[in-house]
Write a protein that binds this ligand. Structure first.
Ligand SMILES: [Fe+2]
Length: 217
């Protein structure tokens, strides 16, 4: 538990905004930021930050929350994938399951960077959101548009929760001078946004616009 003297560091490279995928600005400058190695300099930065204003605690509490949420999703997503009759949706959900495992690993990297053991704190919101997904499955019949669209809507609620969580964490990381951390979290944010977009797409192409079949793909 490193504690230290009040001193905030604002890195000149920490202005990057990750709030949107706009023109690639959210891409980290390094070659491979997911392979972050804690450096002495980085550790010093963390140690020098003043926890007394509560922002570091807020940041780590939110990390624990989203770490729990990601791990919970790793268990919940296979059920959602299995319950849909739309092949593309199933594939998208399973692809996102793989991404979600990476999201959890990235959070472990962030904990490591902060000099802490990865720790999860139950996220009531995510538990509730995944329960909603389960309720959709219980209350609809297999193969119906209601089942498939219900799964998409429940999945998008999950994505939106994650997107806002990561946006907040990134802003906070930037404020605290955790440049590398904001870059790592930015990668995850991009993937959450992509996943949300794919869900919208599949809802439109496979359900809402009806099977404009006849060969169109
Ligand atoms: Fe995620």
């Amino acid at each position: 538990m490193a504690k230290a003297t009040p001193k905030k560091k604002s890195s000149p490279t920490s202005n990057t905004s990750f709030s949107k995928k706009n023109n690639g600005q959210s891409k980290p400058a390094n070659d491979n930021p997911s392979k972050l190695e804690p450096t002495n300099e980085a550790n010093i930065d963390v140690m020098e930050l003043d926890p007394s204003d509560g922002l570091i605690k807020l940041f780590t509490d939110c990390l624990k929350d989203i770490y729990w949420a990601e791990n919970h999703l790793i268990k919940a997503l296979p059920k959602m994938a299995k319950a849909t009759s739309i092949k593309k949706l199933q594939t998208d959900i399973l692809n996102h399951l793989e991404q979600t495992k990476t999201h959890a690993e990235r959070l472990e990297e962030v904990f490591e960077f902060l000099g802490k053991e990865p720790q999860a704190r139950k996220c009531d919101a995510m538990e509730g959101l995944t329960r909603e997904g389960e309720a959709v499955i219980e209350n609809t019949d297999t193969g119906t548009p209601a089942r498939n669209l219900g799964i998409i809507m429940a999945s998008q609620k999950v994505e939106h929760y994650e997107i806002s969580s990561y946006m907040g964490l990134i802003k906070l990381a930037e404020h605290l001078g955790y440049t590398e951390i904001s870059e790592i979290l930015g990668e995850t944010l991009n993937e959450e946004e992509d996943s949300d977009a794919l869900l919208s797409e599949v809802a439109t192409s496979e359900i809402l616009n009806g099977e404009k079949d006849d060969g169109e793909e």
